[in-house]
Design a binder for this molecule. Structure first.
Ligand SMILES: [Zn+2]
Length: 425
């Protein structure tokens, strides 16, 4: 059987796709962007801020009806459920409505509003799915006000993590617990929902935040996974000395040694000529940092990313060897700061999303996400996948963040087809 004949979508999926109203979707995105709107076109709506609480109130008021129920859980994840014919575990979609301090109008907002548009389209088409469909706005994806990011989806996937999050404070001293309580009070219509209820499948629509789709002329990206990340700190130790009196040949110059190490490792990474490999030294600090003193010690960080853990294993081994077996008078030490395995999305959900993408008639391709998303945590507890729309110029987390309107609509149509199909069985 040819792949494009595969009967992966249910009969109602095409009707749901047709019922997606692009004008309504764009208007709802613009309405959401008024909460935290900046004069430069950007949006400032950090997690659980006044602007975000106002956006939450607006969301709840924007979709009401006899077969809708709004819910909020202990991490302040806010969700609306469209009832199914049976009370089976729901199919879920969504993303986040918080932004960076100076963010754009789409980012996670697109995934939430595309999800709500799918519910409205199902209403218009008179489709009652077998399973409920939930659209969720995850709390604090960005992690700029309260660290770490993806708190809401992380707590949903493993509720034991919530206690640690509740104590986290923002720069003003307010705790996540206090902000969470304010969010619960601001939407009294939302009933309490437990964290981590069973979910049949999760699809998250999001802007790509990179240039791959635009550069290839693709409208939709079927996201097969999220690359793995490892963070390290390297300490190189030498001995400080007077810059004027110490001859070059007898120095234990930590800065020169560290700089050579960075150059050598960066050359190794570049020599791999692997388009999926990311290698970054983003912080480099010399101590004591004096103009006329040879550096005693240097600390620098390494951020390495790849979709394949084995590639990261090999690179980490090279890094470890290079740091431990330093030639010359300086010594090196390596410390792991963070490690996240690559995420591999569910093959069956990916097939459904891909089929729906094909039905939109727009060019699409498979790709791996370079950034973390809430879907990463959901894939720990249910079959999950993501759908990307292009980012103009690859720009995001910036007031200039944008996506062509037709692409936003195509993404919502594909989402409608995939969700409907998953909710029909
Ligand atoms: Zn996002």
């Amino acid at each position: 059987m040819r792949d494009d004949m595969a009967p992966t979508l249910c009969a109602e999926a095409a009707d749901a796709m047709k019922a997606v109203d692009g004008t309504r979707l764009l208007a709802s995105l613009r309405d959401l962007a008024t909460h935290g709107q900046r004069p430069d076109g950007g949006v400032a709506r950090e997690a659980l801020s006044e602007a975000e609480l106002a956006a939450r109130r607006w969301l709840v008021s924007s979709l009401q009806g006899p077969h809708y129920g709004w819910y909020i859980d202990d991490a302040a994840n806010l969700m609306v459920r469209r009832a199914g014919q049976q009370s089976l575990p729901p199919v879920m979609t969504g993303s986040h409505i918080d932004t960076q301090p100076i963010g754009g109008w789409l980012d996670g907002a697109y995934g939430v509003m595309a999800g709500l548009e799918v519910l409205r389209a199902l209403d218009d088409a008179g489709i009652r799915t077998l399973r409920p469909i939930d659209v969720v706005a995850w709390t604090n994806e960005e992690g700029c006000r309260f660290s770490p990011g993806t708190m809401g989806s992380s707590a949903f996937a493993a509720s034991r993590r919530l206690n640690g999050f509740l104590e986290v404070r923002d720069a003003t001293g307010q705790s996540f617990a206090e902000a969470r309580d304010a969010a619960r009070q601001c939407t009294p219509q939302a009933d309490a929902m437990p964290l981590g209820y069973p979910v049949r499948a999760y699809i998250e629509a999001h802007i790509e935040q990179g240039p791959v789709l635009q550069d290839g002329g693709h409208t939709l990206g079927i996201v097969t996974g999220i690359q793995g990340v490892r963070w390290f700190e390297v300490i190189v130790k030498g001995m400080s000395a007077h810059a004027g009196t110490t001859p070059l040949g007898v120095r234990q110059d930590a800065l020169l040694s560290a700089a050579r190490l960075v150059a050598e490792l960066s050359a190794t990474a570049a020599a791999a000529e692997d388009p999926d490999l990311r290698w970054t030294v983003g912080r480099f600090q010399a101590m004591p940092g004096s103009v006329n003193t040879v550096a005693e010690q240097v600390a620098f960080t390494v951020d390495m990313r790849h979709p394949d853990d084995r590639v990261l294993d090999r690179l980490e081994a090279r890094l470890t060897a290079a740091v431990n077996d330093r030639p010359g008078p300086c010594t090196g030490r390596l410390r792991t700061l963070m490690r996240r395995q690559p995420t591999h999305f569910d093959a069956d959900v990916l097939r459904v999303v891909e089929h729906a993408a094909r039905l939109t008639g727009t060019p699409h391709r498979r790709l791996v996400s370079g950034a973390f998303h809430d879907a990463m945590h959901l894939s720990d507890v249910c079959p999950a996948a993501m759908l990307f729309v292009p980012s103009v110029g690859g720009v995001s987390h910036h007031p200039a963040e944008d996506t062509p309107a037709a692409d936003l609509v195509a993404g919502a149509r594909a989402l409608a087809g995939a969700l409907t199909s998953l909710a029909c069985s």
